[in-house]
Design a protein around this ligand. Structure first.
Ligand code: ADP
Ligand code: MG
Length: 581
C-alpha cells in the first residue's frame, strides 16, 4: 500500500507542476498528512470547466473534539453532520467570495464548495461523524489561467485555505460560545422533533402542529418563513389540543390531527393549503428558526395528487377504477399517459404498497371526477357507465384498514358525511367545526348513493424483472444524473419527479438515482416484489451508509424515504414488472 505523503510533499508537487498543462494536476491524486487531519484528493478534474475536483478531509476526534453528548445517538449525529455541513459550506462560500470572481483564474478556479442544505435537517454524506473521526467532503476548483496550472494559487488554496476551513468549521473548540449554543439548539431541535414523531401513534394522531408555529413560506420557491405582513402564528382549537412532553423543550401544546378522515375546510385564501403543506413537510425535521420545528407528521404520510401524463406499470387500480371503455384491465393497469383520475388512483395504490398510512390530499391538485360524483351526476350517468368509484366512497374503507386521510376541501360538502374530524381555517386560525358539520350534514342530506360496496383495497404483488434502462454495451445507459429536485436521469431515461412533492433536497434526487441503479445491478432478482427490494436497499443503507449506492466517493447525498424511492421507481417508463397473479 502506498504510504501517505505529507502536505510538504503536496506543496512541492504543486510547485513542480506550476505553469504546466492542466493534465499535470492528475499528479496530486492521493492522500496527504496535514497537521491535525488527513487530506484525500479522490478525483482531479480534467479541465477548469469540468465538474470540480473531489476532496475529503478526515479529522480525528482528538483534534475535532466534538463532545460525547453531540455524538450519543443517531439523531444527534445526523443533526451534528447537518450543522457542520451548513457551517463548512457557508465558510467556504465566504472564502470563495473573498477571493473575488475571476481573480482566482478560469472556470471554477479557486472555489471550494459543499452541498448547501435548505430548511430541513437531513441525513447527509457531506459530513460523516462518529466517535473517532469527522470526515468532510467538498469540491475544489483547481486554479488555472486558461489550461495553464496556477501552482502557487493552488498551494494557497489547498495548503492554506483548506486547513483554515478545517480549523474553523470542523473543530469544536473554534466555535464561539454563541456558535456552540446554536449547535446545541440544532441538535436539541432535531431530537425534540424525532421524539414528537415517535409519540404520535401513542396519542392516536397522525400529525402535530404546535401552537406558535409559523406555517406560511415566503414564496412558492422560497421555503424560508414568511416574514412580511401580518403572519398569524398557529393556535390549536381547544378541542383538538394535545400536550406532549419533549426531552429538551419539556411540555408543548398544539393541534393533534386524529387518525381517520380529517377535512380541512374554509374559504379560499384562509390558509388551508398552507396548513396541509406544513403537514406534508412534517415528515422532515426543520432547522431552528424555520417556524415548523414542532410541526411533525407520521413518517408514513404521503402527499397524493393527480399527475396526468405519468406512466403506470401493472398497477391494480380496480379499487377505484373498473370497466374502462375497450375493456382495459384495471387489475393490471399500464399506460404511458395516465389521466388525472387514473394517475391519482395509481398514486394512492403505489403509496400504500410502499407502506403509506396517511394520505394528504388537496382539492387544488386533485382530479374532481376522482374525488366526487354527486347526486345529480349519479342520476344522469348510471353507475355502470362510470368506471370511477370516487374517493368519497373509498375513504372510509381505507380508514378501516388503518389508512388515514387528511383532505383539504372548499368545494364539496358531500364529504361531511364521511369525515371523523372537520377543521375550518378562518383567517389562518383553525376552528374545530366537527359538531357543526354533523348538524349541517343531517339538515341537508345530499341524497347521493354510496357506490363503494364493502370492497377492500388489494395491493397487487409486483415483481420487477428489469428496470430496463441499462443496455448491454452502452456505458452511457448506466450513468445517473439529477436535475435539482425535478427529475432524475438514468442513462437515456428521465423520471419526472416534479409531482412527487415530498422530495425537498437535490441530494435526495441524487441518492434516489444511484439507489435505483444499485437496485437494478445488485438487488433485483426477479423474485422480490417492489416493497421487498426497497426494504433490502434500506437495510444496506442502514448498515453501510448511503455511500453503498455511490459509484465513487462524494458528498452530495441526502437520505430519501422508501416512499420516495418507490415513487421514482414507479415512474420509470422502462420498468418491466411481472404481476404475481
Ligand atoms: P387556501 O388554500 O385556503 O386558499 P392558502 O393556504 O393558499 O389558502 O393561503 C393563502 C395565502 O395566505 C398564502 O399567500 C399564504 O402564504 C398566506 N398565509 C397562509 N397562512 C398564513 C398565516 N398563518 N399568516 C399569514 N399569512 C398566511
Ligand atoms: Mg388552497
Amino acid at each position: 500500500m502506498k504510504v501517505a505523503s505529507t502536505h510538504n510533499e503536496l506543496a512541492s508537487v504543486l510547485r513542480r507542476i506550476d505553469h504546466r498543462g492542466y493534465k499535470a494536476y492528475q499528479d496530486i491524486r492521493g492522500q496527504y498528512r496535514f497537521p491535525g487531519f488527513d487530506l484525500h484528493v479522490d478525483h482531479v478534474q480534467a479541465d477548469p470547466f469540468a465538474p470540480p475536483s473531489r476532496f475529503r478531509v478526515r479529522v480525528p476526534q482528538n483534534v475535532a473534539g466534538f463532545p460525547d453528548w453531540s455524538l450519543a445517538t443517531p439523531t444527534r449525529r445526523v443533526a451534528l453532520s447537518d450543522f457542520l455541513t451548513r457551517r463548512f459550506s457557508a465558510l467556504a462560500a465566504a472564502l470563495s467570495r473573498g477571493r473575488g470572481q475571476g481573480a482566482a483564474g478560469t472556470g471554477k478556479s479557486g472555489r471550494i464548495s459543499m452541498a448547501r442544505p435548505g430548511q430541513e435537517i437531513l441525513a447527509r454524506n457531506s459530513v460523516l461523524v462518529d466517535a473517532n473521526v469527522v470526515e468532510a467532503r467538498f469540491t475544489v476548483g483547481l486554479p488555472a489561467a486558461g489550461r495553464t496550472i496556477l501552482g502557487s494559487a493552488a498551494e494557497d488554496l489547498i495548503c492554506g485555505a483548506v486547513p483554515r476551513l478545517v480549523r474553523e468549521a470542523l473543530v469544536f473548540a473554534s466555535l464561539s460560545a454563541t456558535e456552540a449554543a446554536s449547535l446545541e439548539r440544532h441538535i436539541k431541535t432535531a431530537e425534540d422533533a424525532d421524539a414528537l414523531r415517535a409519540a404520535l401513534p401513542g396519542l392516536g394522531i397522525v400529525a402535530f402542529v404546535a401552537n406558535g408555529a409559523i406555517l406560511p413560506r415566503r414564496s412558492g420557491v422560497d421555503e424560508r418563513p414568511l416574514d412580511r405582513g401580518n403572519v398569524v402564528p398557529f393556535a390549536s382549537p381547544p378541542s383538538l389540543e394535545v400536550e406532549v412532553t419533549l426531552p429538551n423543550r419539556g411540555a408543548v401544546r398544539g393541534m393533534g390531527i386524529p387518525r381517520g378522515v380529517t377535512l380541512i375546510v374554509g374559504g379560499g385564501y384562509h390558509g388551508k393549503s398552507t396548513l396541509l403543506r406544513a403537514i406534508e413537510r412534517g415528515v422532515y425535521n426543520h432547522i431552528p428558526g424555520d417556524g415548523r420545528e414542532l410541526v411533525v407528521t407520521s413518517p408514513l404520510a404521503v402527499k397524493i395528487r393527480a399527475e396526468d401524463g405519468r406512466a403506470v406499470t401493472e398497477d391494480d387500480i380496480s379499487f377505484f377504477i373498473t370497466n374502462l371503455p375497450f375493456g382495459a384491465d384495471t387489475r393490471h393497469f399500464s399506460t404511458e399517459n395516465a389521466s388525472g383520475s387514473t394517475s391519482q388512483a395509481a398514486n394512492i395504490v403505489e403509496a400504500i404498497e410502499a407502506g403509506a398510512k396517511v394520505l394528504l390530499v388537496d382539492e387544488d391538485t386533485s382530479a374532481t371526477n376522482f374525488m366526487i360524483r354527486d347526486r345529480r351526476m349519479q342520476a344522469l350517468v348510471a353507475k355502470d357507465r362510470e368506471p370511477i368509484t370516487p374517493f368519497i366512497d373509498r375513504v372510509r374503507s381505507l380508514a378501516e384498514d388503518g389508512i388515514s386521510t387528511v383532505l383539504v376541501l372548499g368545494g364539496s360538502g358531500d364529504y361531511l358525511d364521511v369525515a371523523d374530524t372537520v377543521i375550518m381555517m378562518d383567517e389562518y386560525r383553525p376552528v374545530d367545526v366537527t359538531a357543526r358539520a354533523r348538524e349541517v350534514a343531517a339538515r341537508f342530506p345530499t341524497g347521493r348513493r354510496f357506490e363503494g360496496g364493502d370492497e377492500r383495497l388489494r395491493v397487487a404483488r409486483r415483481v420487477p424483472v428489469s428496470l430496463g434502462f441499462a443496455r448491454v454495451g452502452d456505458r452511457r445507459s448506466t450513468k445517473t444524473k439529477a436535475r435539482g429536485t425535478d427529475a432524475i436521469v438514468l442513462g437515456h431515461e428521465e423520471i419526472d419527479l416534479r409531482n412527487v412533492e415530498q422530495v425537498v433536497d437535490p441530494g435526495q434526487t441524487r441518492f434516489i438515482a444511484d439507489a435505483l441503479r444499485y437496485l437494478e445491478a445488485r438487488l433485483l432478482d426477479g423474485k422480490a416484489a417492489i416493497p421487498e427490494l426497497i426494504e433490502r436497499l434500506g437495510r444496506e443503507v442502514a448498515a453501510h451508509g448511503m455511500d453503498v449506492v455511490a459509484p465513487y466517493i462524494h458528498g452530495d447525498y441526502c437520505l430519501a424515504r422508501p416512499i420516495e424511492i418507490a415513487a421514482a421507481l414507479n415512474r420509470l417508463r422502462t420498468i418491466e414488472v411481472r404481476a404475481a397473479r
